[in-house]
Design a binder for this molecule. Structure first.
Ligand SMILES: [Zn+2]
Length: 320
């Protein structure tokens, strides 16, 4: 008996797996956009049907128009007015389309692009590749991704085709920014589970491991948390610069431009979740007790962690 199932959400083609009575059964992906599948469970459909899926992410690859949402007229990091360049508030390579025109001088752009690269081309490279998020260098996009294997007591690394890679996205889970913790030391602090990790490919670790054989199989995820925190600060600062909040004392430029050690004063995790688990990324600006707090959720559809950045404070005219 063929059963049509409406999952109620869209999914990535090729990502649906259905198990019935503890065995994988064939599934027809009828309409990924509408979330419809068909399965054949026979006539006596006793037993549990379990459906594993990958919710559909905004797929890259297609050109999406940039949207200029403001114009700065001076470098938003150092104030220079020389040779200003446009800034993507969320990086281009993460599908960010919001642009702040004339917002960065070449010196600051060189600094910010360094930590942006550290994240986009290392920690997030496999996820960006697997999800086909857009890139400025399509010819450099890897066709194979790294795995770690152990055989006969010898560990080695090798590359497998993207489609066979058990890609996982890993992001740090932070405590509140030190400023909100009341901590003098401006360190980034992680809280359990410390790392949030979710599969983004359609190949599970077990399948890839069984395919590879050997004694051990895995992937290695490394993220430079300071570079990541500076990237969050840059996103928050860019949104603040684009917003019209009146007179604001900004907190983030020195942490963005510096070595990043002090960035934990302003950047951390949110204590609660207020942004929706839909869309690719979410950014919201909140005014809390005179401070400007920016909440950021990257890869929102996958249920990623919510970050909190204290971006500045409102300067009110002193009362007479
Ligand atoms: Zn500058």
């Amino acid at each position: 008996m063929t059963r049509r199932i409406d999952l109620g959400f869209s999914y990535v083609p090729g990502s649906i797996r259905v198990r019935f009575a503890n065995a994988d059964i064939p599934v027809t992906e009828v309409d990924p956009a509408k979330g419809e599948i068909e399965i054949d469970v026979g006539d006596d459909d006793e037993g549990e049907v379990s459906i594993a899926y990958q919710r559909r992410l905004l797929q890259g690859g297609q050109p999406r128009p940039d949207r200029v949402i403001g114009k700065a007229d001076a470098c938003i990091y150092c104030g220079s007015t020389e040779a200003l360049q446009d800034e993507h508030i969320i990086p281009f390579g993460l599908e960010g389309e919001y642009v702040l025109a004339d917002a960065s001088c070449p010196t600051c752009a060189a600094i910010t692009s360094r930590f942006e690269r550290a994240i986009l081309r290392h920690a997030l490279l496999s996820t960006r590749t697997r999800l086909n998020l857009r890139t400025r260098r399509p010819h450099d996009r890897p066709e194979r991704l790294r795995v770690v294997q152990e055989r006969d007591g010898r560990r080695s690394e090798s590359d497998v085709p993207v489609a066979e890679h058990p890609t996982h996205l890993a992001l740090p889970v932070f405590d509140l920014p030190a400023f909100l913790r009341g901590d003098v030391a401006p360190n980034l602090r992680s809280v359990p589970p410390h790392v949030w990790i979710v599969p983004v490919g359609s190949v599970t670790m077990q399948e890839a491991s069984a395919h590879a054989g050997g004694d051990y199989f895995g992937i290695r995820e490394e993220i430079d948390v300071y570079a990541f925190a500076r990237l969050l600060a840059k996103i928050a600062h860019g949104f603040l610069a684009a917003a019209d909040l009146g007179d604001v004392e900004v907190f983030l430029p020195s942490g963005i431009l510096g070595a990043g050690e002090g960035i934990g004063r302003w950047v951390g995790g949110a204590p609660d979740r207020t942004l929706p688990d839909i869309g690719l990324h979410h950014v919201a600006i909140n005014l809390v007790d005179g401070t400007v707090q920016v909440r950021i959720k990257l890869f929102a559809q996958l249920g990623g962690p919510e970050y909190l950045v204290v971006a500045g404070r409102l300067i009110n005219p002193s009362p007479e």
